[in-house]
Design a protein around this ligand. Structure first.
Ligand code: HEM
Ligand SMILES: *[C@@H]1O[C@H](CO)[C@@H](O)[C@H](O)[C@H]1NC(C)=O
Ligand SMILES: *[C@@H]1O[C@H](CO)[C@@H](O)[C@H](O)[C@H]1NC(C)=O
Ligand SMILES: *[C@@H]1O[C@H](CO)[C@@H](O)[C@H](O)[C@H]1NC(C)=O
Ligand SMILES: *[C@@H]1O[C@H](CO)[C@@H](O)[C@H](O)[C@H]1NC(C)=O
Ligand SMILES: *[C@@H]1O[C@H](CO)[C@@H](O)[C@H](O)[C@H]1NC(C)=O
Ligand SMILES: *[C@@H]1O[C@H](CO)[C@@H](O)[C@H](O)[C@H]1NC(C)=O
Ligand SMILES: *[C@@H]1O[C@H](CO)[C@@H](O)[C@H](O)[C@H]1NC(C)=O
Ligand SMILES: *[C@@H]1O[C@H](CO)[C@@H](O)[C@H](O)[C@H]1NC(C)=O
Ligand SMILES: *[C@@H]1O[C@H](CO)[C@@H](O)[C@H](O)[C@H]1NC(C)=O
Ligand SMILES: *[C@@H]1O[C@H](CO)[C@@H](O)[C@H](O)[C@H]1NC(C)=O
Length: 522
């Protein structure tokens, strides 16, 4: 059933292309930053250069994590798949080894209210393949949903027979040919650890691991060494015949598939396709986005509107992919009520351009070397406020400026009644406190829906995201000003990753998404 969904999605993406970013979109915003801007995500950086861990590599651990998370999928029921349920399953014998927990901890800082752990497990697999050995680029889609409990114990194990493995892969949505290829792709990395599998790795291995191939990085050495008879893969040549699962699988079609994979180009193409399908194997009620490519123009997370000294301060940044041109960006905006701006809009030039913002490895493989960030600090008339904004990007070469207007819809400030105030908010020794302003003097209940990453259930040490609501009280340190009354939050929880403010003001419900104070540079 899911196979079908995958095919349909595949066709749809060919027709529709890539995910389009209409600001504000916290999910796409978060994922694109994590994928393409170097400093944003452990899931994009830790596995680079085949960084070693536990006698293997972080890259190998991340790819195994992704497979084991996916392996709970049942194509008949449409349940399970890439859903982060591994966080509830990692203590099972079939998931033995420190790699599962450590890899989940690698990603723990990344999830927020809109993006779960499972998207970062999938992203980790994409980055592992390119980051260690220069494997193929796998398209990334977002939108996975995290499970809240364990799935079935359906990860294949080496002592099972070929028929069981064929059944397992069929349940996961892969036929026999695809099973052979996917195992070869996975076992390009890493190997079998003696401490965890003493009955499989029977000989002494000084490195603690019997690797599947003599090369560490992602490539088809596991295939070519198998075909040439020089392999040391214990799942092929180990003395324990019952655990030679790779041999049974690889030879199950008389080596036809392995012979095809002896071409590195074919191997890379087949692995990109199958690992791509593996990470896109999700419960059938989950709809993934189109593939996410680097956005040409992006209004970044630090966009804020707040009262300051008799006007509204409006801060925003336009991120542009470095393109070799000398560009000058102008911010335009229009008032919310009344008349203040000239008919063409109020405007201001960037006060700072941060050039050379480093792109991730994945971005560089897509031809993006760096980004330029054009930052604006506008002073907005308090009475007429702001309703929407857009940018003009001049090329300084006589050509017409490029209008960046959120794909023709403008960047809309949908309200100025509930605002987050970064200047009044604080990091103190006592913790982080968020201050919001409401444009009324009547008492208001303000709350924030806060997503944190912390131990689940108190006993499980895996930091899966969880939600909590915190409240606000009238802020005695910040008296009313500029038409706003200020409320300060309870201490924000440790390791929170985002929050959504909620308040009902004069009978109308408002909400506002706010990334962490640290992401905003407060
Ligand atoms: C019948 C199917 C499979 C069996 C029986 C199997 C079995 C194993 C075993 C026993 C290990 C050693 C783990 C350790 O010592 O830490 C291992 C490692 C690994 N497996 Fe598989 N596997 C299968 C399929 C796959 C697939 C489909 C993938 C991914 C596409 C995969 C990816 C990996 C990776 C990357 C490692 C190395 C982990 C590391 O070095 O830390 N495996 N596998
Ligand atoms: C990986 O290697 C490159 C090239 O030597 C280096 O520039 C980069 O900092 C390294 N990255 C990590 C995460 O080790
Ligand atoms: C998948 O679901 C079907 C239908 O409920 C069930 O018969 C089958 O045993 C399940 N497969 C596994 C591996 O649990
Ligand atoms: C598996 O599916 C592929 C197409 O996705 C097909 O080319 C191949 O022949 C199939 N293998 C088997 C054993 O059915
Ligand atoms: C081979 O491995 C299996 C599974 O780990 C184990 O049950 C069996 O005892 C092993 N056989 C030998 C001879 O060590
Ligand atoms: C790594 O190898 C060493 C040396 O063989 C061994 O003592 C240690 O237990 C191994 N650790 C893991 C996680 O495999
Ligand atoms: C498959 O290849 C392996 C390794 O070269 C070889 O040992 C085996 O006999 C081959 N099997 C078949 C059926 O050709
Ligand atoms: C870029 O264009 C501006 C405006 O025309 C000009 O002042 C500046 O010198 C140019 N910079 C470079 C590096 O060409
Ligand atoms: C924006 O401008 C105001 C008024 O000039 C100034 O107080 C504030 O520090 C500026 N903010 C930034 C982020 O530059
Ligand atoms: C975008 O803003 C411009 C300038 O205010 C306006 O002329 C245009 O109608 C707006 N477009 C949309 C779709 O709101
Ligand atoms: C936290 O809230 C988000 C957004 O409402 C939701 O998708 C997620 O499942 C929640 N997480 C938990 C652990 O309840």
């Amino acid at each position: 059933m899911l196979r079908l969904t995958g095919v349909v999605l595949g066709l749809a993406s060919m027709a529709l292309g890539v995910a389009v970013f209409h600001w504000p979109d916290p999910m796409l915003d978060t994922l694109e930053d994590s994928l393409y801007v170097n400093h944003f995500s452990p899931a994009s950086t830790f596995a680079l250069n085949c960084t070693a861990r536990d006698n293997s590599t972080i890259a190998a651990q991340w790819l195994r994590l992704a497979y084991h998370d996916m392996a709970t999928h049942n194509a008949t029921t449409g349940l399970g798949g890439m859903d982060g349920s591994i966080a509830f399953e990692y203590t099972r014998a079939q998931n033995i080894g420190p790699g599962m927990a450590e890899s989940l901890i690698d990603f723990a800082v990344s999830p927020n209210q809109y993006v779960g752990m499972s998207d970062f497990i999938a992203m980790g697999a994409v980055n592992a393949v390119i980051g260690c050995g220069g494997g193929p680029v796998i398209p990334f889609r977002g939108g996975r949903k995290d499970a809240t409990e364990a799935g079935p114990a359906t990860v294949p194990e080496p002592q099972q027979d070929l028929a069981s493995h064929i059944d397992s892969f069929k349940d996961q949505g892969f036929n026999e040919t695809e099973m052979i290829s996917l195992v070869a792709c996975g076992h390009s990395f890493g190997g079998v650890r003696k401490v965890d599998f003493p009955l499989i790795v029977t000989e002494d291995v000084p490195t603690g691991i019997q690797t599947f191939a003599s090369k560490i990085g992602f490539d088809n050495t596991v295939v070519t060494e198998y075909l040439s008879g020089s392999t040391e893969n214990v799942l092929v040549v180990g003395s324990n015949v019952s655990t030679r699962s790779d041999l049974r699988i690889f030879s199950s079609d008389n080596n036809a598939t392995m012979q095809r994979l002896a071409s590195l180009d074919t191997f890379n193409q087949v692995c990109a396709d199958l690992i791509g399908r593996m990470i896109d194997t999700v419960p059938s009620d989950v709809q993934l986005t189109e593939p996410i490519e680097p956005f040409d123009y992006k209004v970044t997370l630090d966009t804020m509107l707040f009262p300051q000294g008799g006007s509204l301060a409006f801060l925003t940044t336009l991120r542009i992919i470095e393109n070799g041109k000398n560009q000058t960006v102008t911010l335009f905006w229009k008032e919310r009520t009344g008349t203040f701006c000239p008919s063409e809009g109020c405007s201001i030039s960037a006060f700072h351009v941060n050039t050379g913002v480093e792109a991730s490895l994945l971005a560089t493989l897509k031809g993006v070397q760096s980004f330029n960030q054009h930052s604006f600090n506008a002073s907005i008339d308090l009475a007429t406020s702001i309703s929407h904004f857009w940018f003009e990007v001049g090329n300084n070469d006589g050509s017409a400026p490029i209008i960046v207007d959120n794909h023709g819809t403008n960047f809309t400030i949908d309200q100025d009644v509930l605002i987050f105030d970064p200047r009044r908010s604080s990091f103190t020794i006592a913790g982080e406190f968020m201050v919001v302003g409401v444009k009324t003097s009547s008492p208001v209940d303000v709350t924030a829906f806060v997503t944190t990453t912390g131990p689940i259930g108190g006993v499980n040490p895996i930091p899966m995201p969880s939600n909590t609501t915190i409240s606000f009280t009238l802020d005695s340190a910040h008296p009313p000003a500029d038409g706003y009354t200020f409320y300060t939050s309870d201490r924000l929880p440790n390791r929170y990753s985002s929050s959504t403010l909620h308040a009902t003001i004069d009978g109308q419900a408002y909400s506002l998404w706010v990334p962490t104070l640290s992401a905003l540079g407060v």
